[in-house]
Every structure is written in structure tokens, then in C-alpha cells.
Design a protein around this ligand. Structure first.
Ligand code: SAH
Length: 227
């Protein structure tokens, strides 16, 4: 099937629609319509039930085009941004991916649909425990959740084919570059002069290649206070 044949029409996410219908509308309207047409990513976004990763009181808002609060001052990312990061990471089905900033676990679940194995690291033990419970209940056996400071990466399972960071930093932590395999991609929001941009850093035999992608708005990387 040609990509342009995929029948993604623009539909509106309407509160009260069943979650499956809301999810299909979200994929069509917020992801495919904006030019992210990788069929694997669209399929993954259609499978993962975003409403399970937010509190009961926010479930009706789960498919709106925005981040949502998940407690502890943190947010679940906007669906389009989750898809954009997955696309930017140029993922293959056999890839072993490291995610920094588990948050709700939603991004990790999407990555788990796309890759062979995902390790995800969260600095806040309460958020990590909650995310782990949801991922286990969903049967995501290829996603492993850890508590730690993601600025150090997760050396135990390195090197990774891709590393995806979901909190903004003013610099690229060196351990993340070290833990990429040659050919690997790091996707990270970098904040400079109050503006955040998503950056892709590819590790090649000749060194690192840095590309600036799109402006973004993530919560800041936390370095102290939790662990
Ligand atoms: N991917 C998440 C988005 C989470 S928001 C989702 O889909 O829900 C960013 C997360 O990064 C927050 O949960 C925050 O606690 C976490 N975080 C911030 N600094 C961190 C650090 N140094 N190490 C690991 N996680 C961190």
C-alpha cells in the first residue's frame, strides 16, 4: 500500500466519543494531517491507550492536542510531539532504545510498539512506580522502567540505537553521547536563551552530527531534589 493511500481523514476529537474513536481521530487530525505519515508510527499511536496514562478525571481530555498534568509538576507529552520524536529517532523494529523521563509511561509504551526493547529512566520514584504499573497492566514486556538520574544515562544496558530525552536541558549530558552506538541517534530538547529546540545528534565514525529540528516546550530536566 502506498503511503498516500492510507485512509487517514481529518476527523474531530469530540468529548464523549469512545476512546478508540478518539484515538483514531487524534492520529488522523493531529499526527497524519501534520505530515507524519510513517505507517509504523501511526499504527503504534492507534494502539496505545493514552487515557490509561492520565488520572481518571482527565481521561476525557486524553486525546486533545496538548500535554496534560500527571502530578508532581510534570506532564504527559502532546501526542504529536511523541510521534515527532519517534520519527526523528529513525527507529527500526530491532532497535534498543533508552528514554529519559518516563513521566506517565505513555511515550515509553509508544516506543515499545516500535522497537525491540525500551529502557526508560525516571528521577521521580512515585511517577516511575505509577508508570510501571500501567505498562505492566498493558502487558508491555519489552519496556523496563528504572529510577535514576537520566543525566547519567543508563550505562547498564548501553550502547543504544536511539536515546530520547523528554525533559529540556541547557546542555547535552556527556554520558548520553557515550551510551549511543555508532549510527545511533539522540533526540533531546535543548534550551538556549529561554527558547527550547528539539535537537538530533547522530553518532558517526567521524564524530557527532547535530541538527536542529522544531521549537518545543518541555518541562525542565531535574538534577536534584528527588533522588
Ligand atoms: N515521556 C513522558 C513525558 C514526561 S515529562 C510521558 O510520555 O508522559 C518529563 C519527565 O522527565 C518527568 O516525569 C520528570 O520527572 C522527568 N525527569 C526530569 N529530570 C529527569 C532526570 N534528570 N532523570 C530522569 N527523569 C527526569
Amino acid at each position: 500500500m502506498e503511503i498516500q493511500d492510507i485512509p487517514y481523514q481529518v476527523e474531530r476529537v469530540v468529548p464523549g466519543m469512545r476512546y478508540g474513536d478518539q484515538r483514531r481521530a487524534m492520529v488522523a487530525e493531529q499526527v497524519a494531517a501534520r505530515g507524519l505519515t510513517n505507517p509504523e508510527i501511526l499504527r503504534a499511536m492507534e494502539i496505545v491507550p493514552r487515557e490509561q496514562f492520565v488520572s481518571t478525571s482527565l481521561q476525557e481530555m486524553a486525546y486533545l492536542d496538548q500535554p496534560l498534568p500527571i502530578g508532581h509538576g510534570q506532564t504527559i507529552s502532546q501526542p504529536y510531539i511523541v510521534a515527532f520524536m519517534a520519527e526523528a529517532a529513525q527507529l527500526q523494529p530491532t532497535d534498543h532504545v533508552l528514554e529519559i523521563g518516563t513521566g506517565s509511561g505513555y511515550g515509553a509504551a509508544v516506543l515499545g510498539q516500535l522497537c525491540g526493547a525500551v529502557d526508560t529512566v525516571e528521577i521521580d520514584p512515585d511517577l516511575a512506580a505509577r508508570a510501571r504499573g500501567v505498562l505492566q497492566a498493558m502487558g508491555m514486556r519489552n519496556v523496563t522502567s528504572w529510577v535514576g538520574d537520566g543525566a547519567k544515562g543508563w550505562s547498564y544496558a548501553a550502547p543504544y540505537d536511539a536515546i530520547i530525552v523528554t525533559a529540556a536541558s541547557d546542555h547535552v549530558p556527556a554520558p548520553l553521547l557515550e551510551q549511543l552506538r555508532v549510527g545511533g541517534r539522540l533526540i533531546i530538547p535543548i534550551e538556549e536563551n529561554g527558547v527550547q529546540r528539539l535537537v538530533r545528534i547522530s553518532k558517526t565514525t567521524g564524530g557527532f552530527v547535530r541538527e536542529e529540528l522544531i521549537p518545543v516546550q518541555f518541562v525542565s530536566f531535574r538534577t536534584t531534589g528527588v533522588l
